[in-house]
Write a protein that binds this ligand. Sequence first.
Ligand code: RB5
Length: 145
Amino acid sequence: MQKVILAADHAAFDAKEKLKNYLIHKKYEVIDVGVYNADRADYPEYVKKAVFEIKKYHAYGILLCGSGLGVSMAANKYKGIRAALCRSPLDAEYARKHNNANVLCLGARFNSAEEIIKITDSFFHHPFEAGRHFDRIQMFQDLGE
Ligand code: RB5
């Protein structure tokens, strides 16, 4: 069973719940690290919780906030995380094929629940193509160390 770590802030609470139900229906094993209600919350805290679980289980993560920008910026501060903000299935396809993204970031104020499901399906459908793309990822993954 494919494990997926889910996190969101208040702006994306509803979207996260809908996506979680879909993923469970599709037989993914979901670990939801919050938020658990729509009270105002700070997305970096939930990114931190999610990254802990992503690293522990070598799992994929899906992070949602209003725009998807905040969670992607925060997640990419962590070594080994390649977080991609995707607003379309094509973004998600290339995030996997060329960038081997292990975290999908979504903006609940920019994409509908239906679009979010399509983007997520695309993310999990496309494998990393490796080859020259592997070498390019090696070139940047240790920057800032
Ligand atoms: C919260 O209002 C909003 O700023 C947050 O969800 C996110 O969009 C930040 O990047």
